[in-house]
Write a protein that binds this ligand. Structure first.
Ligand SMILES: NC(=O)c1ccc[n+]([C@@H]2O[C@H](COP(=O)([O-])OP(=O)(O)OC[C@H]3O[C@@H](n4cnc5c(N)ncnc54)[C@H](OP(=O)(O)O)[C@@H]3O)[C@@H](O)[C@H]2O)c1
Length: 255
């Protein structure tokens, strides 16, 4: 399989820790030039210096994924720095409300849509117009198995992840030959999901066919595959990477 990305340029939103950092590390190791983006400079600096490049360079740019002007500035900076944009990973996500959907207030509901859903549209539009429409490319959207499930506590978040899965289909249909795919992770060991895995990791793991919760690099490896030429005839697909949670009796805990 051709998993090398030498000479390619990748941009990862939410790239300073967790799943985004693991994806960025895989893409960099495969030879890509990588631009990390998130809200906080300190985390980005630390993340960039933690990655061992495999032939390209690793850089960073501060941008809130949910703010279109900051997204535009980040994509413009990436084009100035590296000259193209071949792989866009829409990874930044948020879940500011935990509880029944009946209780979510409009500002939190709106922010969840802005960061998880509208940002996927906006960053993809920007990458497409700046580079991919001419040079091709691959977009990878980080959804969640929650996009397939009805669950307590994170219902509105799951609605936005369902939207990401459908948006992936729509974008793939409209933007081809640019490839647009999604990954739907199950429960992964990150700060974001700590409240779900930390109190009962062994119980959660024992319910999964693969008997452990996910590690960020489990998603990193899947993203490298989708970004690479090995996935050259795959578009509009959502790759479930969940240790078997969706097929486990009763389903798995998700975020
Ligand atoms: N962990 C799981 O179990 C799980 C399961 C399914 C799906 N997911 C999805 O995977 C993605 C990554 O989650 P994670 O678990 O890796 O989270 P994480 O460990 O908390 O990392 C989140 C990353 O996103 C950045 N970020 C947060 N809000 C942002 C915003 N508005 N704009 C730009 N960057 C932002 C953070 O950096 P700053 O603080 O510097 O902004 C950080 O780099 C999310 O889309 C999440 O929904 C996670």
């Amino acid at each position: 399989m051709d998993l090398r990305l030498d000479g390619k340029v990748a941009l990862v939103t939410g790239g300073s820790r967790g799943i985004g950092l693991a994806i960025a590390a895989r893409l960099a190791e495969a030879g890509a030039n990588v631009m990390l983006s998130s809200r906080k400079e300190e985390g980005l600096r630390a993340a960039a210096s933690s990655i061992a490049p495999g032939g390209g360079e690793v850089s960073w740019f501060v941008a809130n994924a949910g703010e279109p002007e900051q997204a535009a500035a980040c994509v413009a900076h990436t084009m100035e720095r590296f000259g193209s944009l071949d792989v866009l990973v829409n990874n930044a996500g948020t879940s500011p409300h935990f509880g029944p959907i009946a209780d979510i207030d409009v500002p939190r509901a709106t922010k969840t849509v802005q960061v998880n859903q509208t940002a996927v549209l906006v960053w993809t539009q920007l990458a497409y117009k700046a580079s991919m429409a001419r040079n091709g490319g691959s977009v990878i959207n980080i959804a969640s198995i929650g996009g397939y499930l009805v669950e307590p506590g994170i219902g509105w978040y799951n609605v936005t992840k369902a939207a990401v899965i459908h948006l992936t289909h729509q974008l793939a249909a409209e933007l081809g030959p640019v490839r647009v795919n999604a990954i739907a992770p199950g429960l992964v060991r990150t700060d974001f999901a700590r409240a779900l895995w930390e109190p009962a990791e062994e119980v959660v793991a024992s319910r999964l066919p693969l008997k452990r919760i996910g590690e960020p690099d489990d998603i990193g490896a899947a993203a490298l595959f989708l970004a690479s030429d090995a996935a050259r005839w795959i578009t509009g697909h959502t790759l479930v990477v969940d240790g078997g949670a969706l097929v486990a009796p009763g389903g798995g805990v998700t975020l």
